[in-house]
Design a protein around this ligand. Structure first.
Ligand SMILES: *Cc1c(COP(=O)(O)O)cnc(C)c1O
Length: 458
């Protein structure tokens, strides 16, 4: 059926933004000013911005049209009902609580169910999820399968939860201390790797056995559903929407960032079936986000998300999305650059620890590689490693499980020739990896240090 090899983007370009060309000398100066933290750069000094796929994608003609339908009534806006229908069409949870982005949903949920002595298991907590769990005094425990921690090992569902480890955690920590079991689809901090339906069913089984609720961190639910469609036995002929509904049916609730598979620039939600929990969450929502029919969002944002949710489950979009990410990973792999395999859904992860064995984890090989890609080629990626996860709540510092550099691909934004340029630059830097030096932190905040820490080369 798919006879042609070229990836044809399933869209034509309708409106363009200028890209900024700069020199190595300029970029070196800007890096120094930014304290070697790529979050501190001005975006117009970046040529190809792969810092994140969060809210950075291009919206469609129909999303921009939907924005014109935005109704800014304070309560009960038609835009709210369109959003609610679109969310419940995929995730038929009783209560849907809009928020300005994913972490606001996390903050509200964990404020209600977290607290000292509590333990939250997840395949891998995303950084904001971990921070919001820990902020309440609870503990965030990552229980991805062992294959998920080996960057070069190929496995179809490297995001799966380790079921035995989950049961062990529940038994040793005490079921009364576990307010919820979380599964992140896809597993962003573990390489954007998917979770199988079979594994979700097993997690559900464990939750039922102990009477625990199961929540999804559903940020990339559509990409995860596409992987299930492609890789899981008996799923290849099924509609993506049906796979998503199967996933939803296994859970009791979810947190969501609409900046990912909501295809929007802002937004999110918290959803659940439990009436009592929903009441408590809505009371907090009113305190921090707004009235329950808009959360922290404008009516126009609710419209853009509602439309985005119809586009993200389109198989021609998902085929392009997953194939174009794999195109980058496969080319780098063929060039001998160590990457997490197989490719994740939204990003390619360079294995900085493997590429830079001469830089110890506590000298941040990921940060060294990420800054080199910017200096040499104007490409901005993101360290996902010891900078992001190395500082423990007790103040000690330990190497993260992996030192990766994430090249996240904004949705529908860059063309294949942009990606060909990325392949050229990464390959060039990797060929000179021995020249890169480690870094030390000169200044860091108490939490989520990767956003604002300043670094100096060693
Ligand atoms: C982005 C993300 C979040 C947080 O969402 P924001 O909209 O950035 O606040 C939570 N979990 C995962 C897996 C994410 O990718």
């Amino acid at each position: 059926m798919h006879r042609w090899q070229t990836i044809v983007e399933p869209f034509r370009i309708h409106s363009v933004e200028p890209a900024q060309f700069t020199t190595v000398e300029q970029r070196s100066a800007w890096l120094a000013e930014a304290g070697n933290n790529l979050f501190n750069l001005r975006a117009e000094h970046v040529l190809i911005d792969l810092l994140t796929d969060s809210g950075t994608g291009a919206m469609s003609r129909d999303q921009w049209a939907a924005i014109q339908h935005g109704d800014e009534s304070y309560a009960g806006s038609p835009s709210w009902y369109r959003f609610l229908d679109a969310v419940q069409h995929l995730f038929p949870f009783t209560h849907v609580i809009p928020t300005h982005q994913g972490r606001a949903a996390e903050k509200i949920l964990f404020s209600v169910i977290g607290g000292p002595g509590k333990v939250v298991p997840n395949n891998t907590h995303f950084d904001t999820t971990r921070a919001n769990v820990e902020f309440t005094g609870a503990e965030a425990v990552d229980l991805v399968i062992p294959e998920g921690r080996q960057p070069d090992l190929v496995h179809p569902f490297k995001g799966n939860m380790d079921i035995a480890a989950l049961e062990h955690c529940i038994q040793t920590r005490g079921v009364q201390n576990i307010p919820v079991v979380f599964v992140t689809i896809t597993n962003n901090s573990g390489g954007g790797q998917p979770v199988s339906l079979a594994n979700l069913r097993e997690v559900r089984g464990v939750c039922d056995k102990y009477g625990l609720p199961l929540f999804l961190d559903g940020c990339r639910f559509a990409e995860n559903a596409w992987f299930i469609h492609e890789r899981e036995e008996g799923q290849g002929e099924r509609e993506i929407v049906d796979i998503v509904r199967d996933i939803a049916a296994l859970a009791d609730g979810m947190t969501m960032s609409a900046k990912k598979d909501g295809m929007a620039n802002i937004g999110g939600w918290l959803a659940m079936n439990d009436d009592d929990l929903a009441l408590k969450c809505r009371n907090l929502l009113i305190l921090t986000e707004g009235f329950p029919t808009y959360g922290g969002l404008a009516g126009r944002d609710l419209e853009a998300i509602a439309q985005g949710l119809t586009e993200v489950v389109d198989p021609s979009y998902l085929r392009y999305r997953i194939r174009s990410t794999a195109y980058l990973a496969d080319a780098l792999d063929a060039a001998g650059v160590p990457v997490v395999k197989p490719a994740g859904g939204h990003a390619v992860y360079l294995d900085a620890r493997a590429l830079l064995p001469h830089i110890a984890p506590l000298q941040y090989p990921g940060q060294a590689l990420a800054t080199a890609l910017y200096r040499e080629g104007g490409i901005r990626g993101c360290e996902i490693g010891t900078v992001m996860f190395g500082r423990r709540p007790d103040g000690s510092e330990v190497p993260a499980a992996m030192d990766l550099v994430r090249l996240a691909i904004p949705r529908r934004t860059y063309t294949q020739s942009h990606i060909d340029y990325v392949i050229e630059v990464v390959t060039w830097v990797a060929a000179r990896a021995g020249e890169l030096r480690g870094m030390r932190i000169v200044d860091e905040p108490p939490a989520l240090r990767h956003f604002t820490a300043r670094f100096a080369p060693l």
